[in-house]
Design a protein around this ligand. Structure first.
Ligand code: ZN
Length: 202
């Protein structure tokens, strides 16, 4: 199970599901593969203390690292006993297609990846999206708490925030917006630096 992809998946779930159901004060059904208690890496990830950039501490044993990936290696080597031991622990990375981890990955990396994005959009297969959407709708049912008054709310959040994006038209949308925003930001920085150089030369 990929720790990095699980992290992308977890971050997407935080934004699109966990924060919202927390404000509604409801819990996901334990049948839900996205239930935080079932997350294979949850206990280990909670041990990470990222006080500031380039400072990653294992709060279990106090060891310090300047890169998150070195702390990841430390957790793999030293604290494997803390991996999820619950029955049916979930590898969130397995849900990356449904959650769109690729988008988050492209947003995280350089603008050059915009080409990859263009190709991914061009090569998107609508039949695959239909399959993913069906899986997503099944997950929405699994996640819906059986007895809570807010159960339809949970189902609706999953359908509108996750399943509804599973079309070729919508799948890459957010990252397009993010890339455009990144480009605009870089352009603004270039204009600003040109102005500063121009003023300095006066
Ligand atoms: Zn440690």
């Amino acid at each position: 199970c990929s720790r990095i992809n699980s992290r992308y998946a977890r971050n997407i779930l935080k934004r699109s599901l966990y924060d919202l159901i927390q404000s509604m004060q409801v819990q996901l059904s334990f049948d839900c593969p996205f239930h935080p208690e079932r997350d294979l890496f949850r206990k280990q990830e909670e041990l990470k203390d990222n006080a500031y950039q380039s400072s990653w501490t294992c709060s279990y044993c106090g060891k310090w690292f300047y890169r998150e990936r070195f702390l990841d290696q430390h957790l793999d080597n030293r604290h494997s006993a803390l991996l999820g031991t619950v029955m049916n622990a979930t590898c969130l990375a397995n849900y990356c297609d449904i959650l769109g981890c690729d988008l988050a990955h492209v947003q995280d990396t350089t603008l050059a990846k915009g080409n990859d994005l263009w190709w991914k959009t061009a090569l998107c297969r609508s039949t695959q999206m239909v399959e993913l959407r069906d899986q997503c709708l099944q997950i929405a049912e699994q996640c819906t708490p059986k007895s809570s008054k807010a159960s339809s709310g949970v189902r609706n959040i999953i359908i509108s925030n996750i399943c509804s994006r599973l079309t070729c038209k919508n799948y890459w949308n957010r990252s397009n917006v993010a890339l455009v925003m990144k480009e605009a930001y870089i352009l603004a920085l270039r204009i600003l630096s040109s102005i500063i150089i121009f003023l300095a030369l006066l």
